[in-house]
Ligand binder design. Sequence first.
Ligand SMILES: [Zn+2]
Ligand SMILES: [Zn+2]
Length: 157
Amino acid sequence: MELELRRLRAAPGRQFSLRGQEVIPSLDWHNERVTLEGAVTAVGSVFYQEEQLYLTLEVRGKAHRICSRCLAELVEEFHHRDFWEIPLSGVGAYLDLRPWVESGVRLALDPRPLCRPDCRGLCPQCGADLNREGHRPGCQAVARKVDPRLAKLKELL
Ligand SMILES: [Zn+2]
Ligand SMILES: [Zn+2]
């Protein structure tokens, strides 16, 4: 999305609405490579004042994610609205809004996505997918159902 700055600079303080799409095939987010489905829609408004741009931008889209508990694939529908102050000194006639669209997507993404709210996840001991199966034979998580705080206390004693 490119923003033409001439008409904004010509009318300080006047609000302009904007709407566009940005194709961001994928982005690195923490330790995850997130693939986006289709284009990201960006809607917002912008005005200019004293070589500063004041941008309100809402991004919306779909991302392919990995469940934080069981590692299943899922599609996250995200949206995020933010306000940005952008210094314009040294910027020519156009400003590419892609970096702000990308930042919006990063802020929109759920830090701990779940395939479903009650996902039971993988057992940290035996690795069984508890959504589909029980613990594997001999799993330590079943063998000793000791409260971890009590276990700690025992250790100290
Ligand atoms: Zn899950
Ligand atoms: Zn287990």
